[in-house]
Design a protein around this ligand. Structure first.
Ligand code: G6Q
Length: 546
């Protein structure tokens, strides 16, 4: 039985410490310690974290580290890395770290080392991606396969979407990637209208191979291909990534064309496995492996570095600090890089599916908040949409500002302007502008006393809004691997502190089940009892569709 975290000594100390620090202004913390910016940062190879613009002092950090110790974080990390079945509700090990265990040190699940099978699939991926990229594996009519269409949803889509976009600069010149995830027929139509069947390879990604969206989309694409090239073309244009060979073969894909992964890899943690096949097809296996190397670097850092200088640990603890003590329940991720534009959606699933839980590991409903609400968007676009609320709204949203120092497209002054904006946001969020400063500024700009008095509050920024600044040398495969692994481990730290299982996702099941009940009713095949609103909506839509 695990202790209720809210009843631990460390938690109580933080609760009383919070009362003494909640009104402290970060601008005062910086004024009283001119070296604060140099003190609170950690660097790892090509990634640098500045966490000085957060509302904490040394004492806070000590209490937070005590909280981690109290949660037995060190042993929990070891349990994950060594294949213990920490996904207790599904009785599964959680081994995305084994997928990038680049030294291949043995990792055992049920007494069996999983590394040989992981390495065998990596080798199979290399052989296949090389063959497609160099034109040895051709389409049915002998043409090179240059359109890669990933069909998958959730964890079988978001990683490939995010990473292929992030690594666009590394794509083979003649390869183009497309993604079909949504069941909406428009998603299929959008892609199929752009591609030629003779040069298209469909990669059907589904761990279970039973997901209705993916199978429906795959069937539509299969029909489209067969209509154009005939049934025999399927084996040259369809491959599958799955744990379910039986269903893959039932669908009509030769299991020789199947890339395996395993139950110990959760969907949202799977882009390091064969689920990343479309990433590897786009950027080449060498670059895919560099991404694994970067993640491995972060894994070693997370596993072996003292918590006081451990990037994912510090980030996770600060999130708990804000979520549970300040009541800041949202977290924003703002990559100042166009190619990282899908990172916020990727992280949305990672954090909200992992830690959006209400029952703890002792099978009790929790009595404290878990799971932050994550959102974001690429800077500077985001600045011109939702940043108003972040600067002047009544809700405080801690942010991660992710800033590559070097751009892949150094065009004129674009990159300097971009970086200047990122750093300015962090400074503005921290410092703000007092009513007095606003009034002074307005007076200096020549406004009358009346105008100053009318405008000064509207021009005030309360400040004291936390940001982490994450500087990347450049968005390359290695650094991307580090960055994504950093967030995976941050989510893990939060889950450990909250005593929840971050690796199941039972919350997505109810809606799926009810949809299957409603489907026959929309077809007019049967009727069932629903609440009056749902029944009325079913009738209304049937009427409109007639
Ligand atoms: C992720 C979830 C979920 C899953 C999709 C697709 O952790 O498990 O997003 O990835 O529901 O499932 P399949 O890969 O089984 O089609």
């Amino acid at each position: 039985m695990e202790k209720n975290v809210a009843k631990t000594k460390a938690w109580k100390k933080l609760a009383s410490h919070y009362r003494s620090i909640k009104d402290v202004e970060m601008r005062d913390l910086f004024a009283s310690d001119p070296k604060r910016g140099e003190k609170y940062n950690i660097s790892l190879e090509t990634l640098y974290l500045d966490y000085s613009k957060n509302r904490f002092n040394d004492q806070t950090m000590q209490y937070l580290l005590d909280l981690a110790k109290d949660a037995d974080l060190h042993n929990k990390i070891e349990a994950m890395f060594t294949g213990e079945k920490i996904n207790t509700t599904e009785n599964r090990a959680v081994l995305h770290t084994a997928l990038r265990n680049r030294q291949s040190t043995p990792v055992y699940v049920d007494g069996k080392d999983v590394m040989p099978q992981i390495n065998a699939v990596l080798a199979k991926m290399k052989k296949f991606t090389d063959a497609v990229r160099y034109g040895d594996f051709l389409g049915y009519t002998g043409k090179k396969l240059t359109n890669i269409v990933n069909i998958g949803i959730g964890g079988s889509n978001l990683g490939p979407v995010m990473a292929t976009a992030a690594l666009k600069e590394y794509w083979a010149k003649d390869i183009k990637c497309y993604f079909i995830s949504n069941i909406d027929g428009s998603a299929c139509e959008d892609v199929l209208s752009q591609i030629d069947p003779e040069t298209t390879l469909f990669v059907v990604v589904s761990k279970t191979f039973t997901t209705i969206e993916t199978l429906t989309n795959a069937k539509t694409c299969r029909k489209w291909l067969v209509d154009a090239l005939g049934e025999y073309a399927v084996s040259k244009h369809f491959v599958a990534v799955s744990t379910n060979a039986k269903e893959v073969s039932k669908f009509g894909i030769n299991v020789d064309n199947m890339f395996e992964f395993w139950d110990f890899v959760g969907g949202r943690y799977s882009m390091w496995s064969a689920v990343g096949l479309s990433i590897a097809l786009a950027v080449g296996m060498e670059n895919f492996e560099k991404m694994l190397d970067g993640a491995y670097e972060m894994d070693n850092h997370f596993r072996n570095t003292p918590f006081s200088v451990n990037i994912p640990v510090i980030l996770g603890l600060l999130s708990v600090w804000y979520n549970n003590f300040f009541g800041f329940h949202c977290h924003g991720v703002i990559p100042y890089d166009q190619d990282l534009r899908y990172l916020p959606s990727y992280l949305q699933q990672l954090f909200m599916e992992s830690n959006g839980k209400s029952v703890n590991n002792s099978n009790k409903f929790v009595k404290y908040d878990t799971g932050e609400i994550l959102f974001g968007g690429a800077g500077t676009d985001a600045q011109h949409s939702f940043f108003q609320l972040l600067h002047q709204g009544t809700q405080i949203v801690p942010l991660d500002l992710i800033v590559p120092a070097i751009s892949h497209n150094e065009m004129g002054e674009h990159h300097e302007i971009l970086v200047a904006n990122a750093l300015a946001q962090g400074e503005a969020m921290m410092k703000g502008k007092t009513v007095g400063e606003a009034a002074e500024e307005l007076a200096k700009a020549g406004k009358s006393a009346e105008e100053v008095s009318m405008l000064k509050r509207y021009k005030t920024f309360r400040g004291n809004r936390p940001t982490n600044t994450i500087i990347l040398k450049k968005v390359d495969p290695y650094t991307l691997g580090m960055l994504v692994a950093m967030y995976e481990h941050k989510a893990f730290v939060e889950g450990v502190i909250w005593r929840i299982n971050s690796f199941d996702q039972m919350g997505v099941e109810l809606g799926k089940k009810l949809a299957l009940n409603i489907l026959p009713e929309l077809r007019g095949e049967q009727t069932k009892e629903h609440d009056s609103s749902t029944s009325h909506l079913i009738d209304l839509i049937r009427k409109i569709r007639k």
